[in-house]
Design a binder for this molecule. Structure first.
Ligand SMILES: Cc1ncc(COP(=O)(O)O)c(C=O)c1O
Length: 474
């Protein structure tokens, strides 16, 4: 028996697969598809075309290449539909635009960045420097991560979350972002539905789509502090619901679910056999005494259907080092490791060594950053709430504020009427030279996201400019 062609993602690849053991008429387009299919290792049985009888052997099909008249304009899209459908990261785009304007000499204040404005602590950098000198770090290492790194993650997870895991449940990834992609790729099949509390981090729906899944947005607005309820999740649940994405503290809103809410949502997921992908990357950036318990600790029976995503980027000001990880049931981590072994292999050893130092060290650095973030958070929220038409809830985590700008849409500002937050963000950049990310990047329109991971003076300057501009609305 030939292998079944179903192993190809026929729904997403722009090729037409030929039925096995059947006779068909092939257009030029189909001959090309047939060639490509065979070159990928599949052997369609004999087929006929109006011009030629096509044999099954790869060599013969290849020989046909020059004999079959091909149209000059290819019927295939240059970029596959699957990849062509991925949008640029809006947050990175805003940040890049602000940096480009700054480089061109414009006095732009950027609130787009999703990274601490502090350097990585010196003791971590020193470990990396030494690691460069060690030839052991110049070699390939296990795809799942250095054993010492996995041990450090096991110890850190117990220390910070009270969650006891085994090293075989850990996969070290190139940043939390790769963990996000691999988590969805590993457990989502085409057509599976993923509940996505909105506003959501801009990468989630792209990762879901790449896995062939369907994102189902569950919207929570500013009146509920951007936190979805069990009732809302239940209303969105269908027989196809496989996964819930859960992010607390949240990017983009900074909202934090209470321990009671985490428990209620975890128990609901458990009751309905729904997987939870819990993104804990902002776990240490909490204010006002808020706590963000890990869901499988609050609902231990959920552990067999829960994947935790995390990384060193936000806690240790290590965004550029690209070290994250996923924690999950052994079989899922094994499968994700297989994927990563073909995708990127091991994470850079020097960065892993630095991350080990970070995880094995204490939390002094993040505590110091938090003092500054907390001060800026309060200042920014109060300044934004002074603007008529802006409603800014006080976030309890991460380093973002997420005001509603509904009260400004449809009004005239410097001769322009903005009907969406994308238009308003463009106006703010043009008129005030301040970069913010529009709500459309995170789901519903009518919001803007501002990061307060920038210096106090810049923060005051930028928000003052926004105040001045938006107060002109009439
Ligand atoms: C919610 C969330 N998860 C994951 C990540 C990934 O972080 P990194 O890939 O830098 O480790 C980010 C980065 O902005 C984030 O905001």
């Amino acid at each position: 028996m030939n292998p079944q062609p179903a192993v190809l993602e026929t729904a997403t690849l722009p090729i037409e697969l030929l039925p096995f053991n059947s006779v068909c008429l092939m257009s030029n387009h189909t001959v090309k598809a047939c060639l490509r299919t065979v070159e990928q290792g599949y052997r369609p049985a004999e087929c006929t075309t109006q011009t030629a009888r096509v044999p099954t052997r790869v060599r013969d099909l290849r020989d046909m290449r020059n004999n079959v008249p091909m149209t000059s304009a290819s019927a295939f899209p240059r970029v596959s539909r699957r990849i062509g459908a991925i949008a640029e990261s809006a947050t990175l785009a805003v940040d890049a635009k602000a940096k480009a304007l700054k480089a061109a000499g414009r006095p732009v204040v950027g609130f787009g960045a999703g990274e601490p404005d502090f350097p990585t602590p010196a003791y971590i950098v020193e470990v990396a420097k030494a690691a460069c000198e060690n030839p052991a770090n110049h070699r390939y290492t296990p795809a799942a991560g250095l054993p010492e790194m996995k041990d450090a993650i096991v110890a850190k997870t117990l220390r910070d979350s009270g969650y006891a895991i085994d090293a075989s449940q850990v996969l070290v990834t190139n940043g939390g972002k790769q963990a996000v992609y691999q988590a969805f790729a590993t457990i989502v099949d085409p057509g599976d539905e993923v509940l996505l509390p909105a506003p959501y981090w801009t990468t989630y729906p792209e990762a879901v789509a790449l896995a062939g899944g369907v994102s189902v947005e569950v919207v929570a607005d500013e009146t509920q502090n951007y936190l979805v309820s069990v009732e809302q999740l239940e209303a969105a649940r269908t027989p196809k619901t496989k996964v819930l994405l859960f992010c607390s503290p949240s990017n983009p809103t900074g909202s934090v679910y209470s321990p009671e809410q985490v428990k209620a949502i975890g128990e609901w997921a458990l009751e309905h056999g729904i997987w939870v992908i819990a993104d804990e990357i902002y776990e240490h950036l909490l204010y006002d005494g808020a706590t963000a318990p890990s869901m499988p600790v609050v609902v231990p029976e959920l552990a067999d259907r829960c994947i935790i995503l995390n990384g060193v980027a936000k806690t240790y000001a290590m965004t550029g080092w690209r070290v994250g990880w996923m924690i999950g049931p052994k079989d899922v981590i094994k499968a994700a490791t297989n994927l990563q072994s073909h995708l990127s292999s091991n994470v850079n050893n020097v960065a892993q060594r630095a991350a080990i130092a970070a995880l094995n060290g204490d939390l002094t650095a993040v505590d110091e950053m938090k003092v500054a973030f907390d001060r800026r958070r309060k200042l920014m929220v109060s300044m934004l709430n002074e603007i008529p038409g802006v409603v800014c809830p006080t976030p309890q985590g991460a380093f973002y504020v997420y005001p509603s700008v509904k009260g400004l849409l449809g009004k005239e500002i410097r001769g322009k009427v903005c009907n969406t937050s994308t238009e308003l963000a463009a106006l703010i950049l043009d008129e005030a030279e301040v970069a913010v990310v529009p709500g459309e990047a995170f789901g519903p329109s009518s919001y803007i996201r501002l990061s307060y991971a920038l210096g106090d003076a810049d923060l005051v300057e930028g928000v003052t400019r926004i105040q001045k501009l938006l107060s002109e609305a009439k």
